[in-house]
Design a protein. Sequence first.
Length: 127
Amino acid sequence: MKYVYIALGLICLALGAVGAALPLLPSTPFLLGTCFFFAKGSTRLNQWFLNTKLYQNHFKSFREQRAMLLKTKLTIMATVTVTMSIGFIMMHEVLIGRIVLACVWLFHMYYFIFHIRTLSNNDDSAE
């Protein structure tokens, strides 16, 4: 099972790295998956990932404090909004699909605004 976790972690890492560069692919869920799978599969890979710049810049504050910098939150929310808007527009004849997408988008916005604390730059550097 250890090798399955490592393989899934590597796949998530690759998708997360691509998502960090491409605005249409969200990196957040893939990098969180990388954290999870590496923690289950390999202590060495987990430590390596925790020391990467990708992790340090995007997820260290979230994992340790359940908080993100405003810039990170806005980037994630904008990416999700653009991606879901494309799907919403393409479903012009599928009312239930539009309703589901709208509900998911509203929940996403609600969660990021009210359940994830926003750090100032000073808070992030203190830890």
